[in-house]
Design a protein around this ligand. Sequence first.
Ligand SMILES: [Zn+2]
Length: 259
Amino acid sequence: MDILKGIYIFFIGACLGSFMNVLTYRLPRGLNIAFPPSSCPKCGQKIRFYDNIPVFSWFILGGRCRNCKTPVSIMYPLTELLTALLFLACYIKFGNTLTMWHGCAVVFFMLAAAFADVFTAADENFECGIIPDSLNIAGFVIGFLLTYLLYGFKFPLYGALAGFLGLFIPSYLFKLIRKKEGMGGGDIKLMAVVGAMLGIKSVFFVIFASAFMGAVFGITLQAVSGRKNIIMPFGPFIAAAAILYLFYAPLVDKFLYGM
Ligand SMILES: [Zn+2]
C-alpha cells in the first residue's frame, strides 16, 4: 500500500461524500444538484470554497455558519468522513485497480441511498423515507458498467434480475394478502442496483442480512421507545448488508454456498 495514494483516495472519498450531502438533500426535494451553489439555509450566505473543505471546514468553523453562527449538522462531516474511510478501505482491500473503483462505486451509491432514505424519513415534510429514482438509476448504470468491465455481461444482468425479483415478489405477495404496502418501491429498485453491482450470489445474503438487521433494530427501537407501528426506512439495512458483502464476499459465499 502506498501512503500517498491512500491519502489521495481518502481525499476523493471526502469530496464525493460532500457531493453526497448535496445529492441526499436536493434530489428528494426535486432541486437542481448543481445550481444554486451551497448556501447557509438560515442567512443565505454563499459558502465560500475555503469554508467548503470536506470534514475540516466543519471543525474549523466549530460547526457553525461563518456569517450567522447558526449550527450546521454534524451529519455533514460524518457523512464525508465515513465515505472517505470506506474508500480508503477499498484501496487497502483491492489495491489500485478497477476492482477498487467498483468498490468505491458500491460504497458511494449504497451510502447515498441510505442517507437519502434516513434524512427524508426524519423530515416531517415527507411521509416516509425516499430513495430518489435518479440516484437508483445512476447507481444502476454506473454499477452495471463497472461490473460488466470486470466480470462480463451476465454477472450484472442476472444479479439485477435476481435483486429486483427477490424483493418484488415478497412485497407483491404481502400487498395481496395484507392489502397494504409492505416495502417501498425505492427499496426494490435499490436491490436491483445491489444485484447489478455484486451479482446473483450477493442477493440472497443481502436480503436476509438486511431483513435480520432491520428486525433486530426495529424490535429494539419499539422496546426502547414504547411505541408500536414505527415506520422504519429499510434502505440503510440493504446498504449495510451490501457493503458487508463487498468486503467479505469470499467468506459469505463459502459459508452460504460452499464455494
Ligand atoms: Zn448563515
